[in-house]
Design a binder for this molecule. Structure first.
Ligand SMILES: Nc1ncnc2c1ncn2[C@@H]1O[C@H](COP(=O)(O)OP(=O)(O)OP(=O)(O)O)[C@@H](O)[C@H]1O
Length: 460
């Protein structure tokens, strides 16, 4: 069906240029409005699906005033000028537009922006329907393995409750070890897809050359070494959810391939002749700042818009200290059971040390600390915890320096030392994997398992 678009613009040439672009591409254009009052009238009479609006118009009212009206009516809109004045731009951003188009308009940009705007609008409507439904039925989603009572975590749980049952793409952000993967699992478990596969791909662990065949599969004989046909992760996730962890690491050429798959919902195996329909829900995670990656040209803006439909940001543990006692107690119970120990409490001193620590490795680091503490303490109370000594830390323990380290602690120290020598470089010549004589994937999975973070490597 033809989409109806309303142009609100008081410069005739610009408006006409846009109208021609839109009509050439199958859109139906409503009567052009040159003021807010006229635009409101046309919205009532011609019911556009999307509005392109300039900020400065004839009359007193601006495009920003109109944007507020459109938001109330749930009509999608895109601004036609990102004014260089910072305050106006900030006010325009606050109205949550679906995009900005900068003059002079290029056909390609107009079409791409409209495509993204429509997609985001459909997703937003689905989310609103879900919010409405939830407010009526008071369903309680079950999020197993998520412990905490801080307001920051409560906010995350609210977002999960809203998005889980829908098919909307989710982008989970947060530092390493904040629980991104756990959140993904809960979203999948609380969706209609729970009985279908949840397929996880870590873009940081796979070498760039392998990611494509891993994601999309390949046909027998498509390259030397392709002895048999292999089904990729997208196909494996058919009917279920696919999770791309560390999506910020995806090379640029694969970003465009992924974008195509998300838009067309079909994949092509390497060397394949036909495309295969895939029905998967898409969830991605990153501990990078994707907006910065976009600004610096390492991440495609159109892919960013496509995956950033429903962002969930997980706060760092140091930003929600009230969750530390609950989490510590939770892991204490878990590792006491596993190790057949009888620990039931944590000393006030140990708790204070934990509350004063900055947790660069977040929940994963706390989990490992409790695992270690269960092994190193005796009786039914954790009297001591052995935290790394950080700059400015008030928890320096004189006994710590003389303590005999476990093999695991030594391994962690050794990996960190080598990473420091290699300035954080993991793969390739002179990288830590080569120096440690470990396969790249083994080293990255150990870095993850031990909760080794960039902060630990670049600390001093
Ligand atoms: N709220 C929580 N309550 C209890 N355990 C949690 C919670 N969040 C995370 N965990 C546990 O903490 C550990 C680390 O979580 P997870 O692997 O999900 O982090 P992540 O953000 O995906 O890390 P990375 O970025 O390094 O992949 C896991 O064992 C997970 O089960």
């Amino acid at each position: 069906m033809e989409k109806r678009i309303l142009i609100v613009e008081d410069e005739f040439i610009e408006a006409n240029n846009l109208r021609m672009i839109l009509e050439r591409n199958g859109y139906k254009v409503c009567t052009v409005a040159n003021s807010v009052a006229l635009a409101i009238e046309i919205v009532e009479n011609e019911k556009p699906e999307l509005v392109l609006l300039d900020i400065f118009l004839k009359g007193k009212q601006t495009g920003i005033d109109l944007a507020h009206v459109l938001r109330k009516k749930s009509i999608a809109f895109v601004y036609l000028s990102a004014n260089s004045n910072k305050e106006i731009f900030a006010a325009a951003k606050k109205t949550e537009p679906y995009g900005f188009l900068v003059k002079p308009f290029r056909e390609k940009d107009v079409l791409a922006t409209l495509d993204i705007a429509q997609y985001l609008h459909e997703q937003k409507l689905a989310i609103h329907r879900q919010e409405d439904r939830l407010s009526k039925v008071k369903e309680v989603a079950q999020f197993t393995g998520i412990v905490g009572k801080s307001p920051q975590l409560a906010k995350v749980l609210d977002l999960m409750r809203i998005v889980a049952p829908t098919d909307t793409s989710v982008l989970i952000t947060g530092e390493s070890g904040t629980g991104k993967e756990r959140v993904l699992e809960c979203i999948h478990e609380n969706s209609e897809r729970r009985n279908k596969p949840l397929v996880k791909v870590n873009c940081a662990v796979l070498p760039a050359t392998l990611i494509e065949s891993e994601l999309f599969g390949f046909e027998k004989g498509s390259f030397s070494g392709a002895h048999e046909t292999r089904v990729g992760k997208f196909e494996q996730a058919q009917g279920g959810t696919i999770f791309l962890d560390e999506i910020g690491e995806l090379p640029l050429d694969l970003q465009s391939k992924l974008l195509r798959v998300l838009q067309e919902k079909e994949i092509e195996r390497i060397g394949g002749r036909s495309s295969i329909k895939v029905n998967v829900r898409f969830v991605a995670a990153t501990n990078r700042n994707l907006e910065r990656e976009v600004a610096e040209g390492r991440f495609r803006i159109d892919l960013y818009y496509r995956i950033n439909v429903f962002p969930i940001h997980l706060p760092a543990l140091r930003q929600r200290k009230e969750d530390i006692p609950l989490l510590a107690q939770h892991f204490l119970g878990q590792y006491s059971r596993i190790n057949n120990k009888k620990f039931s409490s944590i000393s006030a001193r140990a708790m204070e040390q934990m509350e004063n620590y900055s947790w660069p490795g977040n929940i994963r680091e706390l989990e490992h600390l409790m695992e270690r503490s269960v092994l190193l303490n005796k009786g039914d109370q954790i009297a001591e915890v052995f935290l790394p000594l950080t700059e400015g830390s008030s928890v320096i323990d004189v006994n710590e320096a003389n303590r005999i380290k476990t093999i695991r602690e030594n391994e962690i120290d050794h990996i960190i030392t080598v990473l420091k020598i290699c300035k954080g470089k993991i793969s390739g010549p002179g990288g830590a994997a080569e120096m440690l004589d470990l396969p790249y994937s083994t080293l990255t999975s150990r870095i993850k398992k031990y909760g080794i973070t960039k902060e630990m490597i670049y600390k001093d």
